[in-house]
Design a binder for this molecule. Structure first.
Ligand code: ADP
Ligand code: MG
Length: 690
């Protein structure tokens, strides 16, 4: 379908009765085209059929809607006329309801005795029955009564200048006029005249997965779904409509991802990079530990990828501390053995420096040239000399910049992938001719999300941590316990261990929210933990300062590191066994899990203390998840449920952020369905509109 013939891409101004002022209001709601308008999702529905609630039936504190007539109204001024309360009394024949608004005296002109009004709100008191600031809708006599009365009506998110009733009327009329012209978004898969699932072009018979033909969302045409979204005959229709529209959204994304992948496979010819073991063998021999079964399995999958002529596109998932770095090193060695250069990108300078140190120690004895490129570490004249030999480049996003060029780039590795966007990843890949790609993440990705945002990658998982790790115990505490917490930390430091103390802010404590800043706490904590030495680490330090703080800590010349979440990714000091996180309530669960992953890396037992400034029930319930489990997947699922996908999506820039109807926390089945449908698309022309 070409957009030229699609009436729905027209601007809302094309509708009768929509003027420039409305257009401005709509823009604030993100509504520009007719399609946007038709997809404006009601925030709730009101059942205005005969079975409604009467004023006499209203219960305390329960939201409900009643319909009655205004029998009295007026404004009272007080405090020298600087304040006011407007009130009307509504009567529906069963009882009376007082409705009050503070400091909105102009409402007096909006309501009149005798008006019939819908009122929606919660009853505050019974004697007299009172609601404060309820939602209202005056019933107007006239032709559109059937839109607003005697049916289930939508209640929309509004913005100043739009009225509920006007918008509802507009949607009604727009549906009358255009409702039948709402096209299927993916006619190859869904909808069509028979409203049945249809085979992709070319495929004669479609073998349906068991979940495919039973999902009722499938047999609903998109046009019918849009109508049910606004004016359902029965309430359950609205959820089915949401699912149908969500399915279209999942399909949009799946098809885009698939198209990207198909284009890659069609065009890309990479150099086989599987290596011949002449570097890996000595590397493993001097490593000091043997690889776990999980690591070995993953490396076998990677080697098979690297042997092919089409480039690897693989996601390596493994919880914090699972040992992804060694896998990255072995993968790099395979490419280096095959005479190709490698670029490894990490999200922070601290992590890039740490990788640089490890890889230099591991690989330079084998004759591999390792180079560091960060914002503050540009190449020296000297290092340019060796560009003819394959090398390993390690860096931050400085690797993405134009100044960085590399010969024979065979492999790109991206650590902590969720911190980067797809665009950055692609830019780095373009420095070579279809290099292989390994991306690594410690963020355990709930399945819906994984299917949705990483649909173009093959996935390997390191399922088990290396053996010989001490346990991590986690405690949630209120701020009154801080003296005890510091005493506990002092004891651990006296035993020779080290500690991290994490704060949400760098410089100034926010007095309003009680959010502490690491610089403001430094002096106090230095005294508290004396004679042990403390150092600061946060994002505003220069690269050298950060590096020296880390070096001091690593060498145990500093026993406690006071830091912001800059240490969230990658930092690896096995002797650190204590982590105190202040204002823990301000962090997401997934992030706390990452932070906690900095400890428990050695044989000693570790302790993590989450100090919540305000230990509300809500905060306690959330933080309890961390007390109870160290399973990253369980934590990520909980985070997704409690906070939505924002933090987990991170920088992924996946398009999932634009979902209006799809809900990543509960639509796993739909996400799978979309993937199955898209997979069946084969090379057929895509039904999606751009
Ligand atoms: P992450 O997966 O979080 O990046 P790292 O790669 O930093 O984890 O590994 C964490 C620690 O575990 C490192 O100190 C690393 O040397 C160690 N390690 C990795 N693999 C093994 C193994 N097979 N046996 C023992 N220790 C290992
Ligand atoms: Mg790591």
């Amino acid at each position: 379908m070409s957009d030229e013939f699609d009436p729905l891409v027209r601007p809302v101004a094309a509708l009768r009765g929509v003027g420039p002022r409305h257009v401005e209001c709509f823009a604030k709601l993100g509504i520009v085209t007719l399609e946007d308008l038709l997809l404006h999702q009601p925030r709730r529905y009101e059942d205005r059929r005969a079975t409604g609630c009467t004023i006499a039936q209203l219960k305390l504190n329960e939201p409900a809607t009643v319909l009655g007539k205004i029998v009295a109204q007026g404004v009272n001024y007080y405090a020298k006329r600087t304040k006011s309360v407007f009130e009307f009394i509504l009567d529906d024949g069963t009882a009376r309801l007082h409705c009050r608004w503070w400091n909105l005296p102009w409402l007096e002109d909006k309501f009149h005795v005798g008006d019939e009004v819908f009122v929606h709100g919660k009853l505050l008191s019974l004697k007299p029955r009172t609601m404060d600031h309820p939602e209202t809708e005056v019933v107007e006599a006239g032709e559109e009564a059937s839109v607003h009365l005697h049916r289930i009506v939508p209640v929309y998110p509004l913005t100043e200048g739009l009225s509920q009733r006007w918008l509802r009327g507009l949607l009604w009329r727009t549906l009358e006029e255009y409702g039948a012209q709402i096209p299927e978004r993916h006619p190859t898969f869904l909808g069509g005249s028979g409203l049945r699932l249809r085979a992709g072009a070319g495929a004669a018979v479609v073998a349906l997965a068991p979940n495919l033909d039973t999902n009722p969302a499938l047999s609903l045409p998109r046009a019918a779904a849009v109508r049910s979204l606004h004016f359902p005959a029965e309430l359950p229709e609205t959820e089915l409509a949401r699912q149908r529209l969500a399915l279209d959204e999942f399909l949009d994304l799946q098809l885009a991802v698939r198209a990207r992948r198909e284009k890659l496979l069609a065009n890309a010819r990479s150099q086989p990079c599987k290596g011949d073991n002449h570097l890996i063998r000595p590397f493993l021999a001097q490593l000091g530990f043997s690889l776990t079964d999980s690591q070995t399995t993953v490396l076998r999958e990677i080697r098979a990828d690297l042997a092919r002529g089409t480039p690897m596109r693989r996601l390596l998932q493994g919880d914090v501390g699972a040992g992804k770095t060694v896998v990255a090193a072995c993968t790099a060695l395979m490419a280096l053995e095959s005479d190709h250069s490698v670029a490894l990108m990490a999200p922070t300078e601290i992590l890039a420096e740490q990788h640089f140190r490890n890889f230099t120690r591991w690989l330079e004895p084998l004759g591999v040239n390792v180079e560091l490129r960060t914002g503050s570490r540009k190449p020296t004249a000297n290092s340019q000399l060796s560009t003819l030999n394959p090398q390993l480049f390690i860096g931050t996003h400085a690797l993405v910049e134009d100044a960085f060029t590399v010969e024979r780039l065979g492999l790109v590795i991206i650590d902590e992938q969720h911190k980067f966007g797809v665009a950055q990843r692609e830019r780095l890949l373009r420095k070579g001719h279809y290099p292989h790609l390994l991306v690594m993440t410690a963020t355990p990705i709930p399945r819906t999300l994984g299917l949705t945002i990483y649909g173009d990658l093959d996935v390997s998982v390191i399922a088990h941590l290396p053996p010989g790790r001490g346990a991590i115990k986690t405690f949630v505490r209120g701020p009154e316990k801080l003296p005890k917490v510091w005493a506990f930390v002092r004891e651990r430091l006296s035993e020779g261990r080290q500690a991290y103390v994490v704060y949400p802010r760098v410089e100034d404590t926010d007095l309003k929210t009680g959010t502490k800043a690491v610089m403001a706490e430094f002096e106090k904590l230095a005294k508290e933990l004396a004679p042990h030495r403390v150092a600061l680490l946060h994002g505003r330090l220069s690269a050298e300062e950060k590096e020296s703080a880390m070096a001091e800590f690593r060498a145990n010349r500093v026993q406690a590191l006071l830091a912001t979440s800059v240490i969230e990714v990658g930092v690896d000091v096995a002797n650190a066994t204590v982590m105190v996180i202040e204002n823990a309530e301000q962090f997401g669960l997934a992030q706390l899990h990452q932070l906690r992953g900095r400890i428990g890396r050695g044989a000693h037992d570790s302790w993590c203390v989450l100090v919540a400034a305000k230990l509300t029930d809500d905060a306690r319930a959330r933080l309890k998840v961390l007390e109870e489990t160290t399973d990253g997947f369980a934590i990520a699922e909980a985070d997704l449920r409690l906070r939505g996908p924002g933090e987990l999506l991170g920088q992924a820039q996946s398009g999932a952020q634009q979902f209006k109807f799809a809900d990543l926390t509960r639509d796993l089945e739909l996400a799978k369905l979309a993937r199955d449908l898209a997979q069946r698309a084969g090379g057929s022309p895509l039904g999606a509109r751009a």
